[in-house]
Design a protein around this ligand. Structure first.
Ligand SMILES: NC(=O)c1ccc[n+]([C@@H]2O[C@H](COP(=O)([O-])OP(=O)(O)OC[C@H]3O[C@@H](n4cnc5c(N)ncnc54)[C@H](OP(=O)(O)O)[C@@H]3O)[C@@H](O)[C@H]2O)c1
Length: 291
């Protein structure tokens, strides 16, 4: 049995879909707040409705599991969680419960740039979770994925639905490495099955694009429209001023400033050469068919 913490989220839902298709038994842990649980009619799985903020929920969730995938996050939550309470404290609680329950291997979703002195709170929280897992005594695989491509495409294109313009945060011309959800899920699947992966920290990305390239692709795919740019000085203000009414917007502004610095770009092919069995998913596939 494999526990997928955050198994209803963007990545977690894709991971569990892949597991179901491969006939792998799994249990989903989530609160049921941000996304519904999947229907019971596809695959061999259990649902555990619980929160990472509860040590007893964590202990109950890991019972009988040999492996755990940690794909929960407080980054995108409008309320009820933050990177501090979910990505760090929740991960620490889960790692402790998994150690006590005899789990042998944990796959931890982290992010490129995670470091004790990283310039964003999210990256510092991710690093603390990595360190706790590495010193737990369990087997571990850390996947440092780059920014989620579909999440950015959604945030940027959402205003189009109400007659607005495609949103570009910052200058838009700085290269950024993005990861598609399907691509990250494929690596999680490999980490669960390949005995060579435990003990590795893998930097994962699908491709390098500027936000202007994403905006142009959205507009081409949608048949036209205009761009609304939020300049860097406005992002600086937003990263602080938006905190009380939209923590998510404040976190997105902070992430955009980090991207503007150039730190979010790396060549994904360096590590991908070791995983030729995972095909690269390109921007066109992530955009999907014309709306
Ligand atoms: N998105 C990115 O750009 C990015 C980049 C690098 C790394 N990552 C990491 O990749 C993983 C997947 O990210 P994602 O974007 O797919 O996340 P997501 O869509 O925001 O999903 C988050 C999941 O965590 C669950 N969750 C949140 N708080 C919880 C709590 N207290 N207890 C139990 N479950 C909780 C949510 O369900 P409920 O709200 O219903 O509980 C949901 O299933 C995360 O670990 C994230 O930090 C993401």
């Amino acid at each position: 049995m494999i526990l997928v913490v955050g198994g209803t989220g963007r990545l977690g839902a894709r991971v569990t879909k892949d597991f179901a298709r491969a006939g792998i038994a799994f249990r989903i842990m989530a609160r049921g707040h941000s996304q519904p649980f999947p229907e019971r009619d596809h695959g061999d799985f259990e649902v555990f409705r619980g929160s990472l903020s509860s040590a007893s929920d964590c202990l109950r969730a890991v019972q009988g599991c040999g492996q755990v995938v940690f794909a929960a996050s407080g980054f995108g939550l409008k309320k009820g969680g933050t990177p501090r309470t979910v990505d760090r404290d929740g991960a620490l609680r889960l790692v402790e419960a998994a150690t006590d329950a005899g789990v042998r291997h944990v796959v931890m979703m982290s992010m490129h740039g995670a470091a004790a002195d990283a310039p964003t709170n999210f990256l510092r929280m991710k690093f603390a979770a990595e360190e706790a897992l590495k010193s737990s005594g369990m087997g571990w695989t850390i996947i440092r994925m780059s920014a989620n491509l579909e999440q950015f495409l959604t945030v940027m294109s959402q205003p189009l639905e109400t007659g607005g313009k495609v949103l570009v945060l910052g200058s838009g011309d700085v290269p950024v490495t993005f990861t598609s959800t399907a691509d990250a899920a494929a690596l999680v699947g490999l980490a669960i099955s390949d005995p060579a992966l435990p003990g590795q920290t893998i930097e994962w990305g699908s491709g390098v694009h500027s936000l202007n390239e994403l905006a142009a692709a959205i507009l081409t795919n949608g048949g036209g429209g205009e761009i609304k740019r939020i300049p860097v000085p406005a992002l600086r203000i937003m990263s602080v001023a938006a905190r009380p009414f939209s923590p998510f917007l404040a976190r997105m502004a902070t992430a955009a400033l980090w991207m503007e610095s150039g730190a979010a770009a790396f060549d994904p092919m360096v590590q991908r050469r070791a995983f030729p069995e995972i095909p690269v998913r390109d921007l066109k596939e992530s955009l999907g068919p014309r709306p």
